[in-house]
Design a protein around this ligand. Sequence first.
Ligand SMILES: Nc1ncnc2c1ncn2[C@@H]1O[C@H](COP(=O)(O)OP(=O)(O)OP(=O)(O)O)[C@@H](O)[C@H]1O
Ligand SMILES: [Mg+2]
Length: 250
Amino acid sequence: MVDRVGLQLDNYRHNLPAQLTPLIGREQEVTAVDTLLRHPEVRLLTLMGPGGVGKTRLGLEVAAELLDDYPDGVCFVPLATISDPELVVPTIAQVLGIKEAGEQPVANLLQASLQDKCLLLLLDNFEQVTAAAPRLADLLADCPQLKILVTSRAVLHIRGEHEFLVPPLALPDLTRLPESESLLQYAAVALFLHCARAARPHPYHRRDLRAPGWATSRHRTGSGTHQTAAPAGAPGTFGTSLAGVDKRST
Ligand SMILES: Nc1ncnc2c1ncn2[C@@H]1O[C@H](COP(=O)(O)OP(=O)(O)OP(=O)(O)O)[C@@H](O)[C@H]1O
Ligand SMILES: [Mg+2]
């Protein structure tokens, strides 16, 4: 017997966390991932990229856009806190509200629950549990209408996996900065400004963007593992950058 509690698969729509900030840029990536996932042959798609580049944010946006394609819902499963691959299937089952019953292995219960469901699973931060990737392949084989969108810093390396490399947000050429008016057209700059304004709501002028402190901050950010704006996954660097802004505005 499959006992369902919590999210109740039968009435299930989605459990995507609400975003507190607007999505900046990413129009092309949303369209590209959207198109890929709508393709019948694409059942497992991995959004791949370094930490903080925006994989989760992109995955959530695409999943929200595709809600209507999945009558049985979209399920977000955060895995960042899990390092034991054996816990992946139980965690998915738990988020879907599938309770263990008797001696039945939880993998069987999950498979039985999803067998006839047209559902999208968004598995977030899979990099620590890639050894569980074959379990995803089993699930996809048993559940013909299921699709899985994964965010991961490493590819899963299983048959049927499609990969989408998430690029950093657009940055201007740091050696030849454009006029400050056009800097905001770059998504990384727009995201940085958005976060800076949220953290310190005092007005400061756009011309500050070309001041030396700002440039230094961006260079520091760019020398990390990726080139997104500092707040995207680099709170320490962001703090340093804000300090530069503070100094100039006093
Ligand atoms: N395009 C964007 N617009 C607005 N905010 C963004 C955008 N991209 C990323 N962010 C924000 O930047 C932060 C880091 O992004 P995200 O969590 O998606 O990175 P990630 O690649 O999933 O990192 P990790 O590998 O650590 O899980 C988050 O707070 C996210 O909301
Ligand atoms: Mg993430």
